[in-house]
Design a protein around this ligand. Structure first.
Ligand code: ZN
Length: 122
């Protein structure tokens, strides 16, 4: 099994709904996102599983509409709670859609802080 990962960051505000504690108040994060694509075989000519540039562009496109927003006002998080778990799920779907069949997204990690990370594996 081969895996290729790329990371990008974005800044956004959110307030967790249905949650009692500090994070129910509006606050911001510098989110870090790591996308991993996986596959059994590499291209015999290039020796590559996926093009880093293409995966990075798919991630960039997906996070662009979230960057410097209040997530609570930004679909789908105007209705879906903007937790790190839900952000990872949403980004996974968006990135897979952009990559189509060229690469399979195996995992998306979303860090809210250096010490807190949520992982989604489809
Ligand atoms: Zn937060």
């Amino acid at each position: 099994m081969f895996e290729v990962s790329v990371t990008q960051s974005f800044a956004a505000a959110h307030a967790l709904r249905h949650y009692k504690g500090k994070c129910e108040n509006l606050h911001g994060h510098n989110y870090r996102v790591e996308v991993t694509v996986a596959g059994e075989r590499v291209d015999p000519l290039t020796g590559m599983l996926a093009d880093f540039v293409e995966v990075k562009q798919a991630l960039r496109d997906a996070i662009e509409r979230l960057d410097h927003t209040n997530l609570n006002d930004t679909p789908p998080f105007d209705t879906l709670n903007p937790s790190a778990e839900n952000i990872a799920f949403y980004l996974c779907e968006q990135i897979q859609c952009r990559l189509e069949k060229r690469a399979n997204v195996a995992q998306v990690k979303v860090w809210e802080t250096d010490n807190c990370v949520a992982v989604y594996r489809p």
